[in-house]
Design a binder for this molecule. Structure first.
Ligand SMILES: [Zn+2]
Length: 593
């Protein structure tokens, strides 16, 4: 207890020192137009007054306005001042009601201010304020000591150009006050090594990604670095008009997660990532050009691999930040019609293994996806049999067989009559670290004449007829008519899949698809010899996009045909379809081709 209150007293002393020097710092006055002067002046007034702040939402909006102003400012010194102003105000909000999101925003704004005034007194001051806030936020005097020490090392060269630097003198005073919290032994040695790195980084030229986010002391991972895959539409420019973020979907498990950002139209985006530093989590961010953040929650707690999602307006874009529980492998890609940006994070490295020469394959976990569900009935047969009921029935027959016969753990993406978004199904399979993904569906044709079994994978087009494209459009829930060209969508989806995958996953999907068609025909034809086999085809199914494992979509039979529908209603027929799936997985695991 004694130690704790001593630590708190030390933090409070640091905070007082920081705020008093901040208040003493004069304002240089805005040089922009009238509206600009108003926001910055209002922010300054709120910092200097001792009167209570206006409602939180107003102050936060003002902070945002000043930050946007800063991002547009061409003069680096003025930019640094504006970021600092927004940071101080946001930190004040945090000190009043202790919402973590405010502290995190303030930390980023201080970092932006320090970047703008890199190597100068004002940069040192911004980093000093950031260090103190960081220690306060962690409620840890040792952490505060660490951050201040690193700031001192980062601005070591300032002592040469300005021997009387007030910032360095203040840091020295802080460090002297907090000397009781200085780490010792191996921890101190590690801190000194980190200091060496901070000093070196401070002298290095500014990299593009360091410009994008984070302090110079933070290890910056370029968006094209190892473990990062980014698939953006080729040659896409920022949208001409404003873009709306219509929805943000999220799924997060312990092993990974997915965030899907729905946009009102296609636009360009940039991706960056940062390791954990200064009390902040490892994070990945996407800047979406021309997007507005109006009506989108500023901060959403998620839990699991993705701790939270933050949204921040910028000059001509919106930044979406994912705070992660640890550094993760990242994949960011887009899906067309409607335009979405998908952010996948995973504790597991992407599949990079060379194709195995033969022999058994590892299959310990399988994701079985019962198509449709809830409000989405899928296709409906002539007598009213619903696809969603057939697929769930088959999935529930597969799971116990896999467990009993093959000792395989199964994930059902749904185990009852409930709607699960397509994006989330693959996300669950990824987080489950499934070795295979099988999506179960019932086929439908316009005339109702077609019958038989058909298996699909998401790969480059082999069949250029429009039939698979039409089925994919149906399963994707996008209108087949209108301006939409299903074949073009297929080609685009195949291109996304190929740029995402290593080639190995696509090759394995093909093998699984062939085995599934063969095993199903073997299972069905003894009793139903008239079953026709439509073979393996490729089409742009959304539900297969972004699967980290070999994935197939199984069109069991045509529910639109009266005879197939009556069979799909029978337990015996559905059991034979389930047997087909299980036998295909067995054959795949045994290394068959
Ligand atoms: Zn379906």
């Amino acid at each position: 207890m004694v130690q704790r209150s001593k630590a708190r007293a030390a933090l409070f002393a640091l905070f007082l020192a920081a705020t008093s020097s901040c208040a003493a710092k004069g304002s240089d006055g805005p040089r922009d137009g009238v509206a600009a002067a108003t926001d910055a002046d209002r922010a300054r007034a709120l910092l200097e007054t001792s009167a209570p702040l206006p409602p939180r939402v107003e102050v936060v909006a003002l902070c945002d306005a000043v930050a946007v102003l800063a991002s547009k400012e061409a003069n680096a010194d003025e930019q640094g001042r504006l970021y600092r102003l927004a940071a101080d105000l946001r930190a004040r909000v945090w000190r009043l009601d202790r919402a973590d999101g405010d502290a995190r925003e303030a930390l980023e704004l201080y970092a932006a201010s320090a970047r703008a005034a890199r190597g100068k007194e004002a940069g040192c001051e911004a980093d000093r304020a950031r260090s103190i806030l960081s220690g306060e936020m962690q409620a840890d005097a040792t952490a505060a000591y660490r951050h201040l020490y690193l700031a001192k090392r980062k601005y070591g060269s300032l002592a040469e150009s300005s021997p009387d630097s007030p910032c360095l003198a203040a840091i020295d005073r802080h460090l002297a006050m907090a000397v009781a919290h200085r780490p010792t032994g191996e921890e101190l040695a590690a801190l000194e090594r980190e200091g060496d790195r901070a000093e070196t980084l401070a002298k290095a030229p500014v990299s593009a990604s360091a410009e994008a986010e984070g302090s110079a002391a933070a290890p910056v991972v370029a968006s094209a670095g190892a473990g990062d895959v980014v698939v953006a539409p080729t040659g896409l420019a920022p949208a001409k008009g404003p873009v709306k973020i219509t929805k943000i979907e999220k799924y997060s498990g312990e092993g990974g997660g997915r965030v899907v950002i729905h946009l009102s139209e296609a636009t360009s985006f940039k991706v960056g990532a940062l390791d954990a530093d200064g009390g902040r989590d490892a994070r990945i961010f996407v800047d979406i050009d021309k997007a507005g953040a109006k009506g989108v929650a500023r901060e959403t707690e998620v839990g699991g691999a993705i701790k939270r999602i933050r949204t921040g307006p910028r000059a001509d874009s919106t930044r979406i930040v994912l705070d992660l529980s640890a550094k993760m492998h990242r994949r960011v890609f887009y899906l067309p019609q409607p335009f979405r940006i998908v952010i996948d994070v995973s504790a597991r490295a992407p599949e990079t293994a060379a194709p195995t020469a033969g022999g058994p394959r590892t299959v310990k976990r399988v994701a079985i996806d019962a198509g449709h569900g809830g409000d989405d009935a899928g296709a409906v047969g002539p007598t009213g049999l619903k696809e969603k009921d057939v697929t769930l029935d088959i999935a529930k027959r597969v799971a116990p067989l896999l467990a009993d016969e093959l000792k395989i753990e199964t994930l059902l993406t749904r185990d009852r009559d409930v709607f699960v978004p397509l994006d989330e199904r693959t996300a669950r399979a990824n987080a489950f670290h499934a070795d295979l993904f099988v999506s179960i569906h019932c086929n439908a044709s316009e005339t109702g004449e077609a019958r038989g079994v058909e298996v699909f994978i998401l790969d480059e087009l082999k069949d250029t007829s429009r039939a698979p494209a039409r089925i994919a459009a149906l399963e994707n829930g996008v209108p087949v008519s209108g301006a939409l060209d299903p074949a073009a969508l297929d080609a685009e989806m195949a291109s996304i899949a190929n740029r995402l995958g290593s080639g190995q996953v696509a090759a394995s999907s093909r093998i699984l698809g062939l085995l599934l068609g063969r095993a199903t025909m073997a299972s069905l034809t003894q009793k139903y010899p008239d079953t026709s086999d439509h073979g393996l085809k490729s089409a742009g199914f959304y539900v297969l996009a972004g699967a980290e494992m070999p994935a197939v979509l199984f069109e069991t039979s045509f529910i639109s045909n009266p005879e197939d529908e009556s069979r799909l209603a029978k337990a015996d027929y559905k059991q034979k379809l389930a047997d087909g799936i299980v036998n295909a997985i067995r054959a795949y695991r045994e290394g068959k081709k």
